[in-house]
Design a protein around this ligand. Structure first.
Ligand code: PLP
Length: 349
């Protein structure tokens, strides 16, 4: 967050995305760290996530990026939580749920090519702006869009979306306090869509928005997330003995096999079979199928119960990066930290 703030003009407000439990890192801890390091506000996907932050005593601005039931507009207004709006009918429906003493701050979402949520027509924007600014229940706090391809080096589609967003902005009668478009990729790679606020997620966790733009980032991220466990059992197998469900691995010689207490229910997915982890200071391949709660690894020599095993992170010059795990799983780093389940205790250092 500090590195990001260094790159921005002073007036640019930074919103930190802590949705999905802070991309798996812990929403409250990530929110506090971001706010202490220069973030102005927070972003979540759902109202429940915003309420959890308020319950923890966080008073910074919070914007809900996704859908909220019209019935919950009053709860949001009372808790000073801003909502994303993109349907005229929603504004009409939600009005009756907002008490006379409170005002709901809203950001209008413009769809400029992501085709997920947002208004597509310029006329819709005019109608919604008029409705919001003439209603005593609403405060027109922001307008924004979201890029579909900002994490790609090729920028034609990105530029098309940016131009379309400027068309939306061009018809506003009043400019709201927050105008925002850039995610991490647009902030760190494109630089030309900052407006007066940005929305950064993946970069604050020390991860690159994509492998493609990683070489071009203005600073090198430090992954905040590591994953460790310990050996809970060890034995020597003889040649011919097999391991785990389906007996998919057969020892070729006498082999030291250790068990670690993590499995697919922890988000340590079955597809990681064959991946190498680090037991103490040594590479140790996962052998046999990953179970729901346990995994077996092959050690180069005997190690005592309690030996530290690194699944993601660094250990004496050896490193397993989150990008590396993502590659093995044919996915993106975002998904890797998000999928490490609730059962894995988060420890903050
Ligand atoms: C999650 C999200 C962001 C943050 O994206 P990163 O790629 O993690 O920086 C920004 N805007 C919206 C609408 C989002 O849903």
């Amino acid at each position: 967050m500090k590195e990001i703030c260094k790159l921005l003009p002073n007036k640019t407000k930074v919103f930190a995305a802590v949705k999905a439990n802070g991309y798996g890192h812990g929403a409250i801890q990530a929110a506090r760290a971001a706010l202490n390091s220069g973030a102005h506000g927070l972003l979540v996907a759902f109202l429940d996530e915003a309420l959890e932050l308020r319950k923890a005593g966080i008073t910074a601005p919070i914007l809900v990026l996704g859908y909220t039931r019209a019935d919950d507009a009053g709860v949001a207004a009372k808790s000073n939580i801003s909502l994303t709006v993109y349907q005229y009918e929603w504004l009409q429906n939600a009005e009756k749920f907002i008490s006379d003493e409170s005002t709901l701050s809203v950001h209008i979402k413009c769809d400029t090519g992501m085709n997920r949520i947002g208004i597509k027509g310029i006329n819709d924007l005019c109608l919604m702006e008029d409705f919001i600014t003439t209603s005593s229940s609403y405060y027109f706090e922001g307008i924004y869009t979201h890029f579909a391809t900002a994490d790609q080096v090729e920028e034609q589609y990105y530029q098309k979306q940016l131009a379309r967003f400027r068309e939306f902005l061009g018809v506003l009668k009043t400019q709201p306090p927050y105008v925002h478009a850039a995610n991490s990729a647009a902030t760190l790679y494109h630089h030309d869509s900052l407006f007066n606020a940005i929305r950064v997620g993946i970069a604050i966790y020390g991860l690159s928005p994509s492998p493609e733009i990683k070489p071009y980032l203005p600073f090198k991220g430090m992954e905040a997330f590591s994953l460790y466990t310990k050996i809970i059992h060890i034995k020597k197998l003889s040649a011919g003995e097999t391991i785990g469900y389906g007996a998919t691995y057969t020892a070729e010689e006498d082999e030291w096999i250790a068990t670690i207490p993590i499995g697919y229910a922890d988000g340590w997915l079955r597809h990681l079979q064959g991946f190498r982890v680090i037991a103490d200071d040594e590479w140790a391949p996962i052998v046999g199928r990953i179970c729901m709660d346990q995994t077996m690894i092959k050690l180069p020599y005997f190690m005592p119960i309690g030996t530290k095993v690194t699944l993601m992170g660094q250990r004496n010059g050896k490193k397993i990066s989150i990008d590396h795990v993502a590659e093995k799983l044919n996915t993106i780093n975002y998904e890797v930290t998000c999928m490490i389940s609730h059962r894995v205790p988060r420890i903050y250092i």
